[in-house]
Design a protein around this ligand. Structure first.
Ligand code: HEC
Length: 118
């Protein structure tokens, strides 16, 4: 059983790296004109900050259909266009963005509530 779970873990992580690499290309071609990844300024928010505050699923959802999500994300208007990409490309690019920040805001919150309990 142990060997099996290690094998499965390895397979999962190599799939993840594949997605991150693909996502980096998708980002460069479709998102980088409006989003920085290094704390810079552009038309849209910097993706390092987005990676810190958002779940991967939220990033995928916003990228796929900004006009349906901008209110829930706290924007009063929507300037980001709906991009004609494949489902897999949206997932890959969300994996890439998410990989920019290994530590997440909600992880910190979770830790806090755990220590509060003790
Ligand atoms: C033409 C400029 C433009 C392009 C291209 C663009 N975005 Fe955006 N994006 C924006 C703007 C502006 C916002 C701020 C909200 C809005 O106007 O919709 C935004 C917001 C976002 C958000 C929400 C961030 C948050 O947490 O508040 C995500 C996620 C996002 N973009 C992902 C992407 C991805 C992924 C791509 C490429 C596939 C992309 N964007 C391409 C302009 C752009």
């Amino acid at each position: 059983m142990k060997v099996l779970s290690i094998l499965l873990g390895l397979m999962a992580s190599s799939a993840l790296f594949g997605n991150v690499e693909e996502g980096k290309k998708v980002f460069a071609a479709n998102c980088a004109i409006c989003h920085t990844t290094n704390g810079g300024r552009a038309m849209g928010p910097d993706m390092n900050l987005v990676a810190y505050t958002r779940h991967k699923e939220e990033i995928t959802a916003y990228a796929k259909d900004p006009s349906a999500h901008y209110k829930a994300f706290g924007y009063s208007a929507n300037a980001m266009p709906t991009l004609p990409l494949e489902d897999q490309e949206f997932k890959d690019v969300a994996d890439y963005i998410s990989s920019l920040q290994p530590f997440k805001k909600w992880m910190i919150k979770k830790k806090k509530t755990e220590t509060e309990k003790n």
